[in-house]
Design a protein around this ligand. Structure first.
Ligand SMILES: [Zn+2]
Length: 233
């Protein structure tokens, strides 16, 4: 195999390396959580916090209500015990019982409101949890696929690196130097086919002299774009 053909082989390896690295980048990017998944988790967390907050408030209200009930009961017991003769104390007790009754009634309204809020918060949490679970399942099923592809790409890139190392000694130092100089200038396509007298890299004519030398298997550059010309792989 001529230098040019070996260079062509190297180019095939290099372009596959480039292509696989690009795909690996895309695959890694796609494994980040989507905005939809992040938003769904956020909604579920907010709903859970909201529900917990209302439940805590309700517990506090019920304790407060219990304490008001106990107080009122003690005052009522005292009022109806027959042991209190002092009219001032009797009036005070009655006033206190009334005041406690008003506070209890206010607190009962608050408890009812909290219970309604809890029902709403429970419904929202259920909906948010379901939406999050759905979002997560969709994301995870796509992830399994991506992880598989990531492993395949990594393995192929490792093989390609080995192939490249094996390919380098097949090529003369000067041809390698030309190759890397052109690929820096021209990107991944460095070795191109010559069809008739037309360079397939730039689609322009090359001289008959160049065509002849390429046919002899020499390493020649396109007169127009400077790429290395080859007739076959
Ligand atoms: Zn050309």
């Amino acid at each position: 195999m001529s230098d040019v053909q070996q260079l062509y082989r190297l180019q095939e390896i290099d372009s596959e390396i480039q292509e696989k690295k690009k795909r690996l980048g895309d695959v890694l990017n796609a494994q980040r959580e989507t905005e939809a998944l992040i938003a769904a988790r956020q909604r579920a967390e907010t709903a859970a916090a909201e529900l917990l907050s209302w439940r805590t408030q309700l517990t506090d209200m019920n304790l407060e209500l219990q304490s008001l009930t106990n107080k009122a009961k003690r005052s009522e017991n005292r009022l109806y015990s027959g042991k209190v003769a002092n009219p001032k104390e009797l009036t005070d007790l009655q006033n206190e019982i009334e005041s406690l009754g008003r506070r209890r009634s206010g607190m009962e309204d608050e408890v009812l409101e909290a219970m309604i809020m809890i029902e709403e918060a429970e419904a929202e949490k259920k909906a948010a949890d379901e939406a999050f679970a759905q979002s997560k399942e969709a994301w995870e099923s796509s992830q399994a696929h991506l992880r598989e592809e990531q492993v395949e790409l990594a393995l192929r890139l490792r093989d390609l690196a080995e192939l490249r190392q094996e390919q380098l000694p097949m090529i003369s130092a000067s041809a390698l130097k030309d190759y890397s100089a052109i690929s820096k200038r021209r990107g991944s396509t460095t070795v191109v086919f010559l069809r008739g007298n037309i360079c397939q890299g730039c689609r322009l004519n090359v001289s008959a002299q160049t065509v002849k030398k390429v046919q002899q298997g020499k390493l020649l550059f396109c007169d127009q774009c400077g790429r290395i010309l080859t007739l076959s792989k």
